[in-house]
Design a protein around this ligand. Structure first.
Ligand code: ADP
Ligand code: MG
Length: 239
């Protein structure tokens, strides 16, 4: 269970302001999709939520607790990186176990968590393989598995399908939707520039533009009642 509250969140890199005055309340179990043009700050916002990037203005709260200065490992958040971020010299099992080993978990806890994740993601047959012996979709599942083993309250996905080919992208998107359904208490925040992904996965889409939120709402609402031409174009509403 985790609700997130972003209040007046902003980000500057030196003198350059990238994000400004982001106010957003995300409920437990919600699937939120951030969309917006390249360079609008989607990854930066995700990285601030994860604690990988310093928040330069405003407050991030998770379940009512201020998180601005809490280190990433203590936020109850896991970020799913693109599959090429797997450790190439480690087996699937060791890739998934790695963060738990670092965290000092016992062998039994690690084995149980890896077994659970492997089952959820149908990776059992591949546990002893190296990433290079997997398909792109299987690799992406391992990347998700590395998050699942930590049993986070919040999952962050930054364009997880962008380096997959078209067919695999559809299959993996459906798997992510199933995963979200199987974990209804987990809050998911997903970044993409793909309208189809946004429309099919989101409970709520947040359109980012001009450093802030252009519009936020359920997919159908944004599609039918875009508040600006920019949002209409982005969501693909009929003109
Ligand atoms: P998006 O993910 O929406 O494509 P990013 O969050 O990656 O956008 O980047 C938003 C803006 O912030 C871009 O203009 C980018 O150049 C800038 N930016 C991102 N990271 C840094 C950094 N570490 N230092 C300086 N500028 C950065
Ligand atoms: Mg990005």
């Amino acid at each position: 269970m985790a609700e997130l509250k972003l209040s007046g969140i902003g980000k500057s890199f030196g003198p350059v302001e990238v994000l400004k005055d982001i106010d957003l309340h995300i409920d437990t179990g919600e699937f939120i999709v951030f969309v917006g043009p390249s360079g609008c700050g989607k990854s930066t916002l995700l990285r601030m939520i994860a604690g990988l990037e310093r928040i330069t203005a405003g407050t991030l709260e998770i379940d009512g607790v201020r998180m601005n200065d809490v280190p990433p490992a203590s936020r109850g958040i896991a970020m799913v990186f693109q599959s090429y971020a797997l450790y190439p010299h480690m087996s699937v099992r060791d890739n998934m176990a790695f963060s738990l080993k670092i965290a000092g978990k016992s062998r039994a806890e690690i084995d149980a968590a890896v077994a659970r994740a492997a089952q959820t993601l149908q990776l059992d047959p591949y546990l002893d393989r190296l990433p290079k012996a997997l398909s792109g979709g299987q690799r992406q599942r391992v990347a998700i598995g590395r998050a699942i083993v930590r049993d986070p309250k919040v999952y962050l996905f930054d364009e997880p399908l962008s380096n997959l080919d078209a067919a695999l992208r559809v299959a993996t998107r459906i798997e992510i939707a199933q995963l979200a359904e199987a974990m209804p208490d987990s809050t998911m925040i997903y970044v993409t520039h793909d309208q189809v992904e946004a429309m099919t996965l989101a409970d709520r889409i947040v359109v980012l533009a001009d450093k802030g939120i252009a519009q936020a709402g359920p997919p159908l609402e944004l599609y039918e009642k875009p508040r600006s031409e920019f949002v209409a174009r982005f969501i693909g509403s009929p003109a």
